[in-house]
Design a protein around this ligand. Structure first.
Ligand code: FRU
Length: 484
């Protein structure tokens, strides 16, 4: 097909529909598409937005530039599901067609009130002197119709001492009041054109979700980089968990190797005294492609999260197919030994019928599977290799130290080598057995160690043909193919 050159800040109009349909048809032929991960039908997908269980269905909104596999004008796309496996594509939810959002509808969260779903987002507004942060509202009714609030923006500008990079409203209710968290950047000099010197989390309060009062900056006893993006708060097993996506972390041996990091803080947000009391804090994911997670309460109040299955701007071999990135699987959140664990939701787990298998497995057409195995701490090391001949990635497990290395250096086409070709993590739980669960959804791979104590999310472009798994020093291997 003939591709059009689309302006970076072009928003979708009726005239584009024919081209976007053609583009989606072209993308649907890609050999790297997943089956149980959400991905864009064309163009680039980034953060999950407005995650909610509303009116008997799951709603996932997402950052979307539909025209190309690059970052451009951000729209909100919308998917809906009853079971977290089959997604109905509801198309565009927010098109940045108003003056106050002239540079895109950026990320945000959702909350239900009086049977309506309130969608909060950042109206991206650039000027030659920097950004003017504006937060906006749209309301979805039970018929799925979405209308922007006529008096948008509901918040205009940044409080004194903060730069124009202030965004990603996350709204929650506590003791009869509504609160909004915004991620930002403190600018003590008052001169920063974009980011200031220090990442900051700002709190606002409202009684009606429309009128908001600034309460102040939330004190965080952690390093905050130069900017905090995408705050999200949820209760997990009686404790509060705050997700943050800081920019500007320095890499450490086993952490923060990607361009940007995602972390969780476990403890309690004190909205009166404006501080988060931290009991535990760690990086959320040890892989290459994970950022901007958002948490929400699923059916029966189960805490779940999705994240952008991507980070930074790596080049993938599928870029030429005009689609890029996707979201992680839905992860159920739990606390074990005072640490946050993330593991695929029950609905995902039930979509694979697990059967015992050999340690060496060569099977065609096996791009959609869950492979699980165990490594006993009594033996020394274990290695598991996945992929096609000449195009593999592998896991190396050191049973003594608990260090696990994900090695992507044997891919036929290296990815984003500037940020390194391996990722390392250390298991803190001293279990007798290390449990390994690998979900391969074509080019989207998620590895869970000890049921989500540590997770590696990453992309790898292996073909179904000649796909193999070769494992040494492991026991109890099982495989299940995606069966929905
Ligand atoms: C995080 C982020 C958000 C912003 C959005 C724009 O990936 O930079 O802070 O709202 O992406 O797409």
């Amino acid at each position: 097909m003939k591709f059009l050159e689309i302006d970076k800040y072009h928003y979708v109009t009726a005239k584009d529909q024919g081209y976007l349909r053609e583009l989606a048809k072209f993308v649907s032929k890609s050999e790297f598409l997943p089956k149980f991960h959400i991905y864009p039908k064309s163009g680039l997908m980034n953060d999950p937005n407005g995650l909610s269980y509303y009116n008997g269905a799951y709603h996932v909104f997402y950052q979307w530039f539909p025209f190309d596999a690059t970052h451009g004008m951000k729209h909100w796309g919308h998917m809906k599901s009853q079971d977290l496996l089959h997604w109905q594509d509801c198309g565009l939810a927010l098109i940045p067609d108003q003056e106050y959002e002239k540079n895109g509808c950026y990320s945000g969260g959702a909350i239900e009130k009086d049977g309506l779903l309130y969608l909060f987002y950042t109206a991206n507004y650039k000027t030659s002197a920097g950004k003017i942060p504006k937060q906006a509202l749209a309301i979805m009714n039970q018929a799925g119709q979405i209308e922007k609030y006529a008096q948008n923006p509901i918040l205009d500008g940044a409080p004194k001492g903060y730069s124009g990079e202030l965004r990603d409203p996350f709204v929650f209710e506590r003791d009869g009041a509504y609160y909004m968290l915004l991620g930002g950047s403190a600018d003590e000099t008052g001169t920063a054109k974009s980011f200031g010197q220090r990442g900051a989390l700002l709190l606002y309060q409202s009684s009606n979700l429309i009128d908001w009062a600034y309460k102040g900056e939330v004190e965080l006893p952690i390093e905050t980089g130069y900017m905090l993006e995408c705050p999200s708060l949820i209760e997990v097993d009686g404790k509060e968990v705050l997700f943050l996506s800081p920019m500007g972390y320095q890499p450490q041996k086993n952490r923060y190797q990607n361009r940007f990091a995602s972390i969780y803080l476990l403890g309690k947000l004190d909205v009166l005294n404006l501080r988060f009391d931290v009991e535990q804090c760690d990086e959320l994911d040890a892989g290459f492609d994970y950022y901007a997670p958002q948490a929400f309460y699923a059916k029966d109040n189960v805490p779940l999260s999705f994240a952008w299955f991507g980070c930074g701007e790596p080049l993938y071999e599928s870029d030429k197919e005009k689609w890029k990135h996707g979201l992680t699987m839905p992860h159920e959140l739990s606390l074990r030994s005072e640490r946050l664990h993330r593991f695929p939701s029950k609905e995902i787990l039930a979509a694979f019928s697990m059967l015992e298998c050999n340690q060496k497995l060569v099977a065609p057409k096996m791009s959609f599977y869950h492979f699980s195995t165990e490594v006993s701490r009594e033996q020394k090391n274990a290695t598991i290799v996945f992929g096609n001949p000449g195009n593999t990635w592998q896991l190396d497990i050191d049973t003594e130290s608990g260090e696990v290395i994900l090695d992507r250096s044997n891919l036929a086409t290296p990815i984003d080598v500037e940020y390194g070709e391996d990722r390392r993590t250390i298991l803190t739980a001293k279990t007798a057995i290390i449990q390994v669960d690998v979900f391969v959804d074509n080019s989207f791979i998620e590895i869970f160690l000890n049921q989500g104590e540590k997770v590696f999310s990453f992309r790898s472009f292996n073909l179904a043909k000649d796909h193999m798994i070769v494992s040494e020093s492991v026991t109890n291997c099982k495989i299940g193919y995606y069966n929905r």
